[in-house]
Design a protein around this ligand. Sequence first.
Ligand SMILES: Cc1ncc(COP(=O)(O)O)c(C=O)c1O
Length: 385
Amino acid sequence: MPELSSASKKIYGEAAFEVLGKAQELERKGKEIIHFEIGEPDMETPENIVKAGILAIKNKKTHYTPSIGILELRKAVQYEVEKTRGYRPAIEQVVITPGLKPGIFFSMLAIVNPGDEVIYQDPGYPTYGSVSSYLGAKRILVPLLEENEFRMNPDDIKSRITEKTKLIIVNSPQNPTGSVITKSELEEISELAEENDIFIVSDEIYSKMTYETDHFTPTKRDEAKKRTILLDGFSKYFAMTGWRLGYMVAPVKMAERLQDFLVSAVSCTADFTQWAGVEALKGNQSFISEMMRRFKQKRDKIVKGLNTIPGFSCLSPKGAFYAFPNIKKTGLTSNECAEHILYKAGVACLPGTAFGPYGEGYLRFSYANTLENIDLAIERIKNSF
Ligand SMILES: Cc1ncc(COP(=O)(O)O)c(C=O)c1O
């Protein structure tokens, strides 16, 4: 085979899928595994949304749409952003994407040049590092410390800004730690971006998934008109991971560029999926509060349980559906500990290092599983040591 491009060797995948592969291999051999590795809700897409999708297919919404998305969904997003973020973007700022991930990819392609510096949280969602690496950018990590409840400290961003800093990526509620940045911290980060003429991409895929606190956005300061880009999507809180639907709100000039990326890469987001999205945003919202009521029970149970395992300690996360226990006192590394509990306890979770070097000493449990399985997993882990 001829040589692949050098850039293609710099992009990398996600450990969640590797662990899933190992767990499935064990299941094929007859071992019963309890799964906590994949970041996906354990509920099905609400019936009203499913029906809207099916109806759309029957009504022949099965063709290409404008690459930027159908007007009905873009208007629904405009209303949604006004309702949830407190500003109404212009319709030209709203771009529909097939999942949130292409929003990360395309906005980074539109912003970052080789040699630029990209600041993001570590441990953090692997895509930010992978795409930065692909683009030849320098990755500048901001460590998330347990002492600060895994929130990004604005002073740590400030001390890392140089004349080469082009982009700060913010993710709150955060994957993998479940931390939620405060309003004043976000205001400080937005101010830093403005003072230093830096873009902010705000990944808000867990925006409706907070406990005991509200969600805030750094895009409020400029209303995504100058330097901030809001990314959100339907995957998590509408349980629509497989539908592939997300949106971006970006400065108009950038949205025009993004349209061309979409045309070149995917043409458009699936027509009927977008119609299902209209129903998701405009229809009954009670599904989300029910989902979060259940997730809170699960969070409380898993955090309590993890804290009873010798060598483990776990903070109570304020958002998303991930618990991030400290396992340093077990004397094992994250990888050793994750392997130990997979092979000895039949419990699949991710090593913190799957999210970057500062994840060492931690594990990530996606607690989208039943209360019974959470209890069983904790018992099994305890007995495995
Ligand atoms: C922080 C974060 N951003 C983006 C995504 C991907 O979202 P989507 O499935 O809509 O592309 C995930 C999924 O795990 C995530 O955790």
